[in-house]
Design a protein around this ligand. Sequence first.
Ligand SMILES: Nc1ncnc2c1ncn2[C@@H]1O[C@H](COP(=O)(O)OP(=O)(O)OP(=O)(O)O)[C@@H](O)[C@H]1O
Ligand SMILES: [Mg+2]
Length: 303
Amino acid sequence: MGERGSGLTETARRAAGRPEAATGAKGEAAKIRFQDVTKRFRVREGKEVKEFTAVDGLDLDVRPGEFMAVVGPSGCGKSTLLDLLAGLSRPTSGQILLDGRPVTGPGMDRGIVFQQYALFPWRTAQANIEFGLEAKGIGARERRELARHYLALVGLSGFEGRYPHELSGGMKQRVAIARSLAFDPEVLLMDEPFAALDAQTRESLQAELLRIWEQTGKTILFITHGIDEAVYLGQRVAVMTARPGRIKRIVDIPLGRRSEEEDVRSAAAFGELRHEIWNELREEVRLSQTQAVPSAAGGRAVR
Ligand SMILES: Nc1ncnc2c1ncn2[C@@H]1O[C@H](COP(=O)(O)OP(=O)(O)OP(=O)(O)O)[C@@H](O)[C@H]1O
Ligand SMILES: [Mg+2]
């Protein structure tokens, strides 16, 4: 297909205009490195306790300032990776390095948006956002202003005083996103942060996240079920295998700055990249569906 080749060449040329923070030179030290990481869980099966391998010998490097998207079948170990990087659990073997140093626990250098909104139920939306800012030692007035600014950014002005149980699922997730952005960490770990949102809100938050990334040079690891979302946001998309999770392939996304494009999603190159990733993923999804999956794995299909 001649058209296919020329489309990609065109986008490759435009890629030269990408933000500087993102075009890490080859050989540059990784910001995040998963080095031969294996994670096993002990699970009960009747009276027996069995070892269950979620992630097996996984290697992945994320460059400083890179926006890396990760896709993979449900239950392949994506959230497990994020927990490991967040320092909330330890690998069974291998190691996770942040700026060349092993991750030994949670830290203020990483901000996390969990797959399921994790808000303090006894704190209002405003106070939830202020929580991390308090830990950073930011004064009351600035905390209040920052919290209001980021609530407005996610479209929740007027909801400052609401408690989580008074908010919808999507609204809770938006508070969690606002909290992680207000905290302003160097590394942002996001586990399907936009999955629960309506299409319009999702698109505007995607654009906003890109804008923030372009302006701040944060390193972002973004897990998603949406191939479109991965292609739109990522500079590279890591495709994971069916469980036990490994990186199957990393696809470069040589699209220009999204903010300067009219409608990136309808470009021919966008469709080609989408198709390429879909092809890689299809096989893994089929494999994962034939596996005996424990009930804890959840049952979402790839969009
Ligand atoms: N604490 C745990 N104990 C036992 N098994 C676990 C635990 N956490 C995760 N698992 C298992 O590890 C595998 C990977 O889970 P994980 O949550 O990382 O998948 P995922 O790729 O995030 O899936 P999804 O796309 O559905 O969110 C699953 O089979 C799950 O059942
Ligand atoms: Mg998950």
